[in-house]
Design a protein around this ligand. Structure first.
Ligand code: FMN
Length: 185
């Protein structure tokens, strides 16, 4: 029997590590789980008032790296601490960057896959800044690539379980999309 709950929520969510340059050209990053891909080449992220949000509004470009199991502590840390209080937050958690070749934004060296994004629209609604950005490129370490693209078993991305407030790894493959359902055709 199903129970009626007080609140509804979506779980799991992706764990995006958004990297930007501040007004002095210094790299910084934050954690964001309220986001996703919203069409073939667009992503959307809902942001509160943070220095990173201001960086995105000013530069109109940023990268989104997948948080990974190996770097779960650093990925959480950039979501706990603000650059407004700890300007060297990246250094403190051992993250280094290299400038993206496609956008004016840093790519985090330790995280194997980064999506390069250019702002398409910024919508202020529901007390949040909703950023809609075009995916203009992607960089991936050879170590996580196969002929088919990014291999999640190699990448080990983590997801945010908003119900248990925990990070979890992506699990096994259980079926092919646009394939598993064919048994009912
Ligand atoms: C698991 C997790 C998910 C988060 N998701 C979001 C989010 O979707 N949007 C947001 O604005 N902040 C989110 N945050 C909070 C920011 O990452 C946090 O406020 C961070 O310090 C902002 O960085 P900055 O102040 O250096 O720009 C999240 C934090 C955690 C730990």
């Amino acid at each position: 029997m199903k129970k009626q709950l007080e609140k509804g929520f979506v779980t799991p969510l992706p764990v995006f590590i958004i990297a930007t340059y501040n007004e002095n050209g210094e790299p910084t990053a934050m954690n964001a789980a309220w986001g996703g891909q919203c069409s073939g080449d667009l992503i959307t992220i809902s942001l509160g008032a943070h220095p990173s949000t201001e960086n995105i509004k000013r530069n109109r470009e940023f990268t989104v790296s997948y948080a990974t199991k190996e770097f779960v502590e650093a990925c959480d840390y950039v979501g706990i601490v603000s650059a407004s209080k700890v300007p060297d937050k990246l250094e403190r958690c051992g993250l280094t960057v290299t400038k993206s070749g496609k956008v004016n934004a840093p790519v985090i060296d330790q995280l194997p896959v980064a999506i390069e994004c250019r702002v398409q629209d910024i919508i202020e609604e529901y007390g949040e800044t909703r950023v809609v950005a075009k995916i203009v490129g992607m960089v991936a370490d050879e170590s996580v690539l196969t002929d088919e693209g990014v291999d999640l078993d190699k990448l080990c991305p983590i997801m945010f379980d908003s119900s248990a407030k925990s990070y979890r790894v992506v699990g096994e493959t259980v079926g092919k999309a646009w394939g598993a359902g064919k048994k009912f055709l």
